[in-house]
Write a protein that binds this ligand. Structure first.
Ligand SMILES: N[C@@H](CCC(=O)N[C@@H](CS)C(=O)NCC(=O)O)C(=O)O
Length: 205
């Protein structure tokens, strides 16, 4: 199995799942800063030119949420056995990548990623507002809970905890003590990946 990844990007979600499963994998770095994701070789794997990508035999899989769900299905771990339990996992996974991640992505694009002349400074506080409104929903949900879906750890936790770390990096978790405590518990797991700040520092160094 091969994981195409880079630093602190969403590829962490896939790495986290592989590490928790204890599965052997070959990690292949695609240096986004050097533009390697736009090489013909990588575009043949993911025509969107984005990370992560997973290759398992004949299967070439992109989209971090799809990758973690595939791994959970394949190894029969980190997903509930019953349909309502799985539905809860899917719900929180989709909530994370649509309601929480998208405003964070808008902030990243308008701060750093779009060409300077196309950045919309005014969208940054709006996206922050959108994030906070949805974080409040998750904050209330996490009251008295250990995991986001059901009573045991699932792949939705790996995806959510990484996304909360991303939010923490842009100072959007200051009103969410339950989410901070949950994220820190998740990252304290023995097989958790490094935090975004550590990975960012390693790249800078
Ligand atoms: N929905 C995709 C998003 C992937 C994505 O945007 N990855 C970023 C890194 S976090 C990337 O590869 N960006 C390169 C680019 O957009 O040119 C997923 O979750 O896998």
């Amino acid at each position: 199995m091969k994981l195409y990844e880079f630093g602190f990007t969403r590829s962490i979600r896939a790495r986290w799942t592989l590490q928790e499963l204890g599965v052997d994998f070959e990690a292949i770095t695609i240096n986004l800063r050097a533009g390697e994701h736009r090489s013909p070789q990588y575009l043949a794997i993911n025509p969107a030119g984005k990370l992560p990508a997973l290759i398992d035999g004949d299967l070439v899989l992109t989209e971090s949420a799809a990758i973690v769900l595939y791994l959970a299905e394949k190894y029969g771990k980190f997903l509930p056995a019953d349909a309502p339990g799985r539905a809860e996992v899917n719900k929180w996974m989709l909530f994370t990548v649509t309601e929480l991640e998208q405003p964070l992505w808008r902030i990243a694009k308008n701060r750093n990623l779009y060409p300077e002349a196309q950045r919309l400074a005014a969208d940054i506080p709006l996206a922050g507002q959108d994030f906070r409104a949805m974080a409040e929903v998750a904050e209330k949900h996490m009251q008295g809970r250990t995991f986001v879906a059901g009573n045991s750890v699932t792949v939705a936790d790996f995806v959510l905890a990484y996304t909360l770390d991303w939010a923490n990096e842009v100072q959007l978790l200051d009103r969410s003590p339950q989410l901070v405590a949950y994220m820190e518990r998740m990252y304290a797991r023995p097989k958790a990946p490094k935090r975004i700040a550590q990975l960012r520092a390693a790249l800078a160094g």
